[in-house]
Design a protein around this ligand. Structure first.
Ligand code: GDG
Length: 731
């Protein structure tokens, strides 16, 4: 039976050694709970580092056995490996860059990069040792960016998912990493790539398409014919567990104790790992400002601040710790009274029962990171508010802010506005608190951790099915032979051919995409056969087609069907008007003036906006703006916007390649109908032709066509094979 293998840097356990004996305690973290239903069933397994150095075969065997009892499998790492791969590359390069702290904290060391590659290979070996055909592998987080690619290289058919728990930065930030392309290649080994937010997914697609020669169509990146789906899956928590905890007798007694302690105070709560991305210092500054500007709160409010030790061997984290200590000391020294201190600061972890009691008692939770992939503390607070009151102050830089829109949203760099948000929270009416809290509780409950796991796993299966159905469509030698067999048996054939991108490569300069000698010869061989009607259906102007193909015996359709050559004469669709061009042209011109590289092509019955020479990103941006702008102008003029490959064509609604090809089939009895095209506009042909036609999309496998070919070389190869006579045995 096929199995699922979860892979993450750390296994969800705490391994301790006591009197030479190892003890394994499973963790109750959010990810472990969510994935529990996965790794603890059937033959499924979770693979990762157990969190301690275990030296020697005997000891490693003992730990391996203990872990196997709870469906876990260790990847043992030495102290040097942890230092280079985890502390070095992961936490001194990837973490700061991905959280937009490039200049202050990133430290590019070649030795760390080498160690990161080495450890990712070690993980790959461990996965490959147990992975079998049909298995699903789900890899987690920034420590293992190379792993999907390494596994794919030896197991090309296996299903791989990847989820990044931290933000994916904008391209300008990501490009700073010396080994950026290798990292993207690694991630693209997955079939499904998940992020917390839509912005992270967009940033990834932008980085991938800029750094590597891969194409994307909406959220699908095509890598060597393999469609890779990039999507956002906002992670949730086990909301029921947090709700139930507040009713647990032990927690209830802690709640009562806290209520008594804070009886006449309003309580702000914050809980974070020690990290510069969490905005701890800025939060303290805002709290100080609140006390400064609102002395009436002195003695009446408390900031209960838990900072959980993390990475405190790294120098920058030690420095951060010293700064936090100092700031807390300053605030308390300035404002404390004999029986009150404003900041209750704890630098240590607490059991989950205490967290639950704090969440339940705190009037306001401050979650104000400078950057955070998601932030689960914010959701845990909401889930613990079974009384439906309380205020969440949430940074717009946390992924959670995209879902918890009823929080008081703040910009964590703006200290004054954060202090104001604290004041808003303190004065918010109970009714308003309840209104917001109920809405947020609905979100947290619906999009919980089980939902997240289910959604990701389901999507993995769908992506695999999509890949399989697409793979079957690529024209292989076998399909080519089958097509040739039908071709040879038929005697009244029509073949529709698009030109740019189908018969020739796509060029930056439209005039340089001229036909070459090989193409002329190929088309001549095909059209010389009296059984064949070869029709060139192009978006190019009729003047252009006449210049290049006027001397051949091809049938020509220009400007997407506005013009057609019949009996040596060009004719256009009767009744078309071009008056509208004088209104639309000036609009296009203003966009050309603002967009270096863009230009307008004027045809008889259409205008075309070209942006193939424009800076990537800017072209797409201007095109969106232009299309939004034109949408109002085209409605009452009987026009249509037709986006294509780096172009948008504005033309009469009656014209499209589908109508033109249907007209050519009218009242004719063809026994072989074939169409090849690469563009959006060719989809109209594919849809217009009868079901038994051989429709072939070029350059992409996302289409209404039945088959696809990779590029114009493959198109020429197919056409050549059709026009080559069959050599009979013995002849
Ligand atoms: C990364 C991303 C993303 C905290 N103190 C204690 C304790 N915790 C638990 C919290 C919460 C978890 O740790 C922290 O999760 P966050 O999401 O807030 O932040 P990161 O650790 O940075 O996690 C983040 C996350 O991955 C998931 O994808 O949301 O953006 O940075 O569950 O409750 N737990 C206990 N004692 C403590 O003192 N028991």
């Amino acid at each position: 039976m096929s199995k699922t293998i979860i892979v993450s840097n750390r296994l969800p356990v705490k391994v301790t050694e006591e009197d030479g004996q190892y003890k394994v305690a499973t963790s109750e973290g959010g990810l472990a709970t969510g994935l529990g239903s996965v790794y603890q069933s059937g033959d499924n397994v979770w693979l990762g580092w157990p969190g301690v150095e275990v030296a020697g075969d005997d000891k490693q065997n003992e730990v391996t056995q203990k872990l196997a009892e709870v469906s876990l499998r260790p990847v043992f790492l030495t102290a040097d490996e942890i230092s280079g791969y985890y502390e070095g590359f992961s936490n001194e390069i990837l973490w700061p860059i991905f959280h937009y702290y490039a200049s202050t904290y990133a430290n590019y060391k070649l030795a760390d990069w080498e160690c990161y590659q080495h450890v990712n290979r070690k993980f790959a070996d461990a996965v490959i040792a147990i992975a079998e055909p049909g298995d699903t592998i789900w890899i987690h987080d920034y420590q293992l960016l190379l792993l999907p690619g390494l596994v794919r290289a030896t197991r090309p058919d296996i299903s791989i998912g990847f989820f990044l728990h931290i933000p994916f930065p904008s391209f300008e930030m990501f490009r700073l990493i010396p080994w950026r392309s290798e990292l993207i290649e690694g991630i693209l080994g997955a079939d499904l790539i998940g992020f917390h937010t839509f912005d992270d997914a967009s940033h990834f697609i932008s980085a991938a398409t800029r750094l590597l020669p891969v194409n994307s169509s909406s959220n699908i990146i095509t890598v060597d014919d393999r469609p890779v789906v990039v999507e956002s899956f906002p992670m949730g928590i086990d909301d029921e567990k947090y709700g139930a905890l507040t009713r647990d007798p032990e927690v209830v007694s802690e709640i009562n104790y806290l209520r008594e302690t804070f009886k006449d105070k309003r309580v702000f709560l914050s809980i974070d790992r020690l990290d510069y991305s969490k905005g701890i210092l800025q939060r303290l500054q805002a709290f100080e400002l609140l006390l400064d500007t609102h002395p009436e709160y002195i003695g009446r409010i408390v900031l209960h601040m838990i900072v959980v030790p993390s990475r405190d061997t790294v120098p920058q984290y030690m420095e951060l710790k010293q700064n936090v200590d100092r700031k807390v000391g300053d605030i308390n020294a300035r404002y404390r009274t004999l029986d009150w201190s404003p900041v209750h600061y704890f630098y240590r972890p607490f059991p989950i029962n205490t967290l639950s009691a704090l969440y339940h008692v705190a009037d306001i939770c401050l979650v104000t990171p400078m950057r955070d992939g998601m932030n689960l503390v914010s959701k845990e607070y909401i889930a613990s508010r079974t009384q439906e009151t309380g205020v969440l102050v949430l940074s717009e830089m946390a992924g959670a802010s995209k879902e918890l829109i009823d929080a008081v949203i703040v910009n964590p760099s703006n200290i004054a506005s954060m202090a104001e948000a604290m004041q808003t929270a303190l004065t918010m009416s109970l009714n308003e608190q309840k209104r917001r809290m109920r809405l947020m509780r609905q979100v947290v409950s619906k999009f919980n951790i089980k939902h997240w796991v289910k959604l990701f796993m389901e999507r993995m299966r769908e992506v695999k099915q999509m890949q399989q159905s697409m793979r079957s469509r690529h024209i292989t030698d076998v399909t080519e032979q089958a097509i040739k067999k039908i071709y040879n048996k038929t005697s009244k054939r029509i073949i529709f051919l698009d030109y740019d991108g189908t018969l020739v490569g796509f060029k930056d300069d439209i005039n340089s995409a001229m036909p070459d000698q090989e193409l002329y010869e190929l088309l001549e061989e095909l059209s010389d056969d009296p059984a064949n009607n070869i029709v060139l259906v192009s978006g190019r102007s009729h003047v252009n087609l006449e210049e290049w193909f006027g001397h051949t015996n091809l049938n020509l359709v220009a400007e997407h069907g506005a013009w057609q050559k019949r009996n040596g004469q060009w004719e256009n669709i009767p009744g078309l008007n071009d008056q509208w061009k004088q209104d639309i042209y000036p609009v296009l011109e203003t966009y050309v003036d603002r967009t270096p590289g863009a230009f307008i092509e004027e045809k008889n019955y259409s205008l075309v906006w070209h942006y193939r020479k424009t800076e990537k990103g800017l072209g797409e941006l201007r095109t969106n703006e232009l299309m939004n702008n034109l949408r109002y102008l085209i409605n009452d003029r009987g026009l249509q916007l037709l986006p294509g490959n780096k172009v948008v064509e504005i033309k009469n609604i009656e014209i499209n390649k589908g109508k033109a090809t249907s007209a050519l089939l009218h009242n004719k009895e063809y026994d072989f109908i074939m169409a090849l095209g690469d563009d959006h506009t060719d989809e109209d042909i594919f849809k217009a032709l009868p079901d038994n036609s051989l429709t072939v999309k070029v350059g992409s496998n996302i289409s209404a066509a039945r088959f696809y070919l990779r590029n114009y070389h493959e198109v020429r190869h197919l056409l050549k094979s059709l026009s080559t006579p069959v050599v009979q045995d013995g002849v």
